[in-house]
Every structure is written in structure tokens, then in C-alpha cells.
Design a binder for this molecule. Sequence first.
Ligand code: NAD
Ligand code: ZN
Length: 350
Amino acid sequence: MKALVYGGPGKKTWQDVPDPEIVHATDAIVRVETTTICGTDLHILKGDVPAVQVGRILGHEGVGTITAVGSAVSSLAVGDRVIISCIKSCGHCANCKLGLYSHCLGDEGQSGIGWVFGHLIDGTQAEFVRVPYAENSLHRIPPGVSDEEAVMLSDILPTGFEIGVQYGRVKPGDVVAVIGAGPVGLAAIATAGLCGAGTIIAIDTDENRLEQARLFGATDAVVSGSHDWKQQVLALTDGAGVDVAIEAVGIPETFTMAVDVVRPGGNVANVGVHGKPVELHLEDLWIQNINISMGLVNTNSTPMLLKLVARGKIPAGALTTHRFGFDQVLEAYDTFSRAAETKALKVVIS
Ligand code: NAD
Ligand code: ZN
């Protein structure tokens, strides 16, 4: 089969590799029909994630059709159309029982390895992928949900919801600020609205992203970096500060912005992946009773979010801005990595 193979920092090739095979009885093989690119793939390509070895197949988002199942897989069958969760998890270990799928302990012979596709196991930017723990890591797609909608459930939608909205404890009527209106921030905006947030303030440097944010349910938009951005946010809260600030960028500056706009006793939910240390001023946070949460997505909300997408409650399809064939995957990366110029949100490869 063909796959996108990591060749070390800055290097990737679309090349022939052996087809994946069932290794464990709980595995399935999926023919990938739609995949997409995430900011994390760009981090890996920059060499920011040293654990990723040369030869690894990239990508952790995908939708496709099951072509083989292991002997222990009974709830899924060959021919099923499925979402591939970016996290693979056994579903029965102590951590999985707590909903912490991203900390799955696995079983004998399948433990202690990275659980994100395209990281320590081969990923989804390929014609076929082996999916460990298929019954917990794959979700059958109901009729009426397109591939382009479904692929946003691999990572983007559960991340914005679980780490932004759920960890931020968004309640009906809350004033929520979402810093960074990329795909993850937009997912947080859409799902904060479904949880009843009264005011949703999108904050981004890019005006095009702020326009998108309104489509996803932001009630207000503030240009980050404008001299009075903070006053604008506070004015929308009558000076009180927001109940929940969701950080969806991943740089020290935007984490500080989140802390700056949250009210005393409010919640800061950090979704962004930080490549550099962030300063934490406990002396200021303590006196303001601020709660901070963060973490890796678990994807345990995917079945619930899939129902909402199927009912048209989340405009998942609107995240796709560009479409490419599998043999154009390098062009797709180029378009995605120049998002400011190309206005790319999610580039879909199918
Ligand atoms: P993205 O790069 O597409 O979007 C980031 C947005 O932030 C862009 O719209 C950009 O214009 C905006 N931005 C940049 N600098 C800014 C500033 N100073 N102020 C305000 N906005 C600014 O990324 P994405 O795919 O939406 O992902 C967002 C973050 O979430 C990334 O750090 C990604 O690695 C992370 N992520 C985390 C998890 C998790 O499990 N916690 C999972 C997936 C992605
Ligand atoms: Zn587990």
C-alpha cells in the first residue's frame, strides 16, 4: 500500500510500504477512505516530538471501512464504515474505566506504548491502518453522516469538547472566552453553545478565523493583539471577567491571556499543546481562586458527539476548507502549513 512516512525532521514521503496485518485478536484493519492533517502532525514533522521514529506512518484522524477483524472482535464486522479515534484504548483497564482512555494501560504484550496513531504506532495517512483494541477505538458511522463530518470526530470535536468545555465546566448561562479559533477552538465554541453558554467570545489574531467563529456560535469576536483586546473582553462581562477561559492555541502568551480575563473563582481550561514551558504565577492564581485544567483528549465523548453531528447540531462539515486526493497528500500538507495565506481550516484527503 501507499503511506505517508516520516523521514526525520522536515522529511516525509508518500511511498510503498507493506500492508498492515492483524497482530492481536482485538485488532481490526481499516481501509482509510478519508483522513486529514492536524497541527500535531506539523509538530512531529518539525521534530518537536522526539519519540517519533523515522519510518513511522503519520496521521491520527481517519474514516474508512473495516477489511479484517481479529478473532476477539465481535461487535464490528468487515464492511462496517467507521471513525478511527485518534486514541486507541482497551476500554477495560483501571484508567479506561475512569474515562482516561489516553492513559490506557493496555494488556500484556500491548502496554506501555504510545496510544496516539502516527506517534508510536503507524497512523492513518495511508491506504490501510491497523487499529488495536478495535471495539473501543472504532465507532460505526450512522447513515446520513458524511466522511467529511465523521473525520472531525477522530480528534477535533472531542478535544474541543472534553478538554475545553467539560474540563472548563461550562454551565448554562456562562460567559466563555475561547482563545484561538482554529479547528479545536471552533469545536469548543460549538459545544459550549450546546451546553448553554450565554456569551461566547472568540479571540484570535486572524479575522478570517473570527468570521468562522461566528458561524460556529460565537456571540462576540475580539482581535487578539489589538491594543485594547482585554478591555473589550472585560466590557462584554460588565468588568467581571469570564466564567471560563479556554486556551486553544498552545503558546505561553495565550495561556497568560486566559488567566488575565477569567473572573475570580473562574476556570481556565488549557487545550493547547505547549512546546515550551509556561510560567505559572501561583501567587496571582491563588488569591483569585482560579481553577486550571488541562490534558490529552480521551475521545470518550465521541459516541455522544456523533449523535449530535447526525442530528445536525454541530456544523462539522463546515470545518473542511480544502480537498485533496491521497496522491496529493504533500500538496495538502503545503496548503495546511500555510493556513494564514490559504485560509485552510481542515484539509481533507480522500
Ligand atoms: P490551529 O493552529 O489551527 O489554530 C490555532 C489558532 O490560534 C489559529 O486560528 C491562530 O490564528 C490562533 N492564534 C495564534 N496566535 C494567537 C494569539 N496570540 N492570540 C489568539 N489567537 C492566536 O490549531 P488547532 O488545530 O485548532 O489546535 C489548537 C491547539 O490544540 C494546538 O496547540 C493543538 O496542538 C492542540 N490540541 C490539543 C489536543 C489535546 O489533546 N489537548 C488535541 C488536539 C490538538
Ligand atoms: Zn485501557
